[in-house]
Design a protein around this ligand. Structure first.
Ligand code: ZN
Length: 212
């Protein structure tokens, strides 16, 4: 099996896993991964639970659709990460419940909208930027991600959901899961006094495990 075919199988397997555990419903969410000569992307209106590896969209390095079904219309979110973070091997965009709930709150800090509640969100996701609402399909969102200059591995689109990048498909999926679970904890603890990790705790994690 070629490396690309293995990657196609991996995208389908991890997408189904996300769907089966309720991280994605209906045709919401899309996933991409870098190949040697372009990117593979889940097709438009496809359900993450029922993908066909042979029908994944393939785009060349310039974003032109070269084979498979038509790509998701949110492909520009993905391309913005590949363009600004060279270490990016995969991008996961979900409408998962708790991260999306967090993206709808009026009083979160847009600079750091997922506070350091646990070490794992610091290590796997890093600081998450909240980007202002624009309608789905509006390519301004891609521009806003590009304007971050690659400083964030993950963003939260207001009233929409998370976009998370990783060095490969497994780490992007794990980071998206970590973001969702941290958002769940934040919503559960919303009205309770909380002890967050301190700036020193966060600096120690970055020194020991590297920054995201
Ligand atoms: Zn979306």
């Amino acid at each position: 099996m070629t490396a690309e075919n293995r990657l196609r199988e991996e995208i389908v397997r991890l997408s189904k896993s996300l769907f089966d555990r309720g991280f994605s419903v209906g045709s919401a969410g899309n996933i991409s991964a870098a190949t040697e000569d372009g990117i593979l992307m889940t097709p438009t209106n496809s359900c993450l639970g029922f993908l066909d590896p042979a029908r994944l969209s393939k785009l060349d390095r310039d974003g032109r659709h070269i084979s498979g079904d038509k790509p998701s219309k949110e492909v520009f979110l993905h391309r913005a990460f590949y363009a600004t973070r060279p270490q990016t091997g995969a991008v996961v965009h979900l409408h998962s419940t708790f991260a999306t709930a967090l993206s709808c709150l009026a009083d979160i800090d847009p600079e750091d909208c997922v506070p350091p509640l646990t070490p794992y969100v610091v290590m796997r996701v890093g600081a998450v930027r909240l980007l202002p609402y624009v309608r789905p399909g509006d390519e301004t969102m891609g521009t806003m991600i590009r304007e971050l200059g690659g400083r964030h591995a993950a963003v939260l689109l207001a009233n929409h959901g998370p976009v998370v990048s990783g060095r490969d498909i497994a780490s992007a999926v794990y980071a998206a899961e970590e973001l969702e679970e941290t958002a769940r904890l934040l919503v559960l603890l919303r009205d309770m006094p909380k002890r967050m990790l301190s700036a020193e705790n966060v600096a120690e994690l970055k020194a020991v495990f590297g920054g995201r």
